[in-house]
Each structure stands twice: as C-alpha cells, then as structure tokens.
Design a protein around this ligand. Sequence first.
Ligand SMILES: Nc1ncnc2c1ncn2[C@@H]1O[C@H](COP(=O)(O)OP(=O)(O)OP(=O)(O)O)[C@@H](O)[C@H]1O
Length: 332
Amino acid sequence: MAKVILDQVTKTFGDVVALDNVSMTIDDGSFVILLGPTGAGKTTTLRMVSGLDTPDAGEIFIGDQPMIGLTPAQRDVAMVFQQYSLYPHMTVRQNLEFPLKSPILKTPQSMIDEKVEAVSRVLQIAHKLDNKATALSGGEMQRVSIGRALVRSPSIYLMDEPLSSLDAKLRADLRIELKNIQANFGQTLLYVTHDQIEAMTMATHVGVLDHGKLVQFGSPREIYENPVSIYAASRLGQPRINILPADLFKGPVPDGAKSIGLRPEQISQGTGEESFVTRVEHLGDQTRLHLKFKEQDLITVTNAHTSLQRGETVKIRPHKPFFFDADGARIA
Ligand SMILES: Nc1ncnc2c1ncn2[C@@H]1O[C@H](COP(=O)(O)OP(=O)(O)OP(=O)(O)O)[C@@H](O)[C@H]1O
C-alpha cells in the first residue's frame, strides 16, 4: 500500500479540459471517493493514476516514486471498472487465481487457494467457483471482477462505479465489505461513484470535481456540514439541500447573499412561518415532507409517525442556514 499524489495534473481532449490543475493527496490507508456529475473528470483521474492515460502537465507519485513512463503493471495498481472484464473461457476460480499466478509472484498454490476461498466468500460467489465465467449473471460477473482485484495487495485499488450494476441488497453488503478492506486491512482505495450513500458510508475523504477542477476535498462529514459552494453542498445529502432566495424567511441576511441553503436538519418545524404540506412520502427509513412556502417548493424530513397530511400547514424556520452569493460560493 502507498500514498498517492496528484500534483497539478491537467489533461485535455481537444477543446475539453477533462482535468484542470488537480492536486490531491491520497494518504496510505485512506478511502477516497470522487464525486461529480457526468463529465466532471472522475474516470480521467483514475486513468491518470492507473497509467492507462498520461497527463499533459503535472505529475503522479505512488509511494513517492514519480510514475512518468510507467505502465499500469509497473505501477502495481488493481482496477475494477463498471463493466466487468473476465476471461470468458475460464472458470470463476481460474479468473480469480489469474492475478496470483504471475510467474514473478511465485505464490504457493495453498496460499492462492486460501485467497480465492476468502474473497469468494466475501463476494458471495463461493458456490460458483467451478462455473464458466460466461455462465454467470451480470451481477455475478461484476463480483468476480471485483474479486480479481481483491485477491491482490496492490499499492492502490482504483474502482470506477464497481457496484452500479448490482442489486440493492448486494450493493449494501459489498459497501460494508469494501469499507472493511480499507478499515481492517489498511488498503488504499480511489473510487468513483455517483452514489452519495457510497460516499457517505465508505469514504474517509471525498473529492468533489466540477468541470475538471477539484473544488473541495475533505471528509464526507466536512463537505456535508461545511460545503464551499452550492455545487459541493448538492453532491451529498438526501433529500438534496434546498436552495431558495436568500430573503425568503424573516430574519437577517448577510451582505451579498443571493441564496439560502437548507438541509432538513436546518429547518425547524413547529415554530416560525406557515408552510403548506403538499405531500408526505413514507420511505421506510425516512419520512419526507414536501412543502410549499411562499410559492417555493421545499423538501424536508419529519418524524416517521407523523400525522401530517397533504393540505395541512406546518410552521417552519431556518436553523443555522448556509448562505451563498450569486456565483454559488458559500459566504456564511
Ligand atoms: N478519450 C477521450 N476523448 C475525448 N474526450 C474525452 C475522453 N475521455 C474523457 N473525455 C472528456 O473529458 C471529460 C471528463 O470525462 P470523464 O470520463 O473523466 O468524466 P466522468 O466524471 O468520469 O463522467 P462519467 O460519470 O460519465 O463517467 C468529459 O467531457 C469527456 O467527454
């Protein structure tokens, strides 16, 4: 395992600046998740670290070694992509063994067997070890791809939306397993996702990318509680943060504020000004309240046993809100 550093990395494709002077330190043993919408530069960042692609400017270091000119194999990284890539003619066991069978490694067969058994148990594919890779479902193939990375102990795991093709239950199980791999075995991961639950539950650090720029880097909690902008604030939190005109509520507004940002816990219920309930949504683990307040729509969370119904009113007021300027930058 090793610390990975991106130092002022820039990458362009024609007119598109995919990465714009990105500097980031992925500490040894950390779990860094990159967040951002389509096209933000997440996959490009992984490709730079992996060696599948090279920066136009800037440098990558793994364990203090400059990576310039080194192939993916020489970098000792393990990659998992959204789309599984298995050897179709091999069995699941052979696919999982493959990374350990390299003549350079000389891993004893007993150790290979142990690793393969352990990883296949974690990924819930132990009963499929002797099946041909082609005789698996998409979700199973993806688990084998993840397994092929996990049998190794690379300097860093690079994962690009590895759980997106799996069903909800398996995704939840594997979130826990991937987190264990980092927390209990000290592995380092750089991980791309659109799924903020993955970011909140697994990441030690989140990097928020916006059009190739790294706009915030910190713990998920830091980004949730202290976002630098509307853009960063909107990356985490369900329901999404409410962004409303700054002067919508009674009370002081800082100079230059254009918008007020309210997460559910920043909306006090029961005191303040009246809003109208437009919908009560029972989601099991969360009950969402859709409100209309002075022509604006808001979504917040309420008590699971609420008796509130559509058409009723509830008083609300902001509690320690965020304020943003006209460019969306946080000012208070
Ligand atoms: N090989 C390429 N050729 C041309 N443009 C590219 C290439 N790779 C990436 N880009 C462009 O660079 C930008 C960043 O792409 P990237 O794939 O890193 O985004 P992303 O954040 O991973 O998005 P997604 O969530 O859709 O995977 C996009 O505008 C994309 O179109």
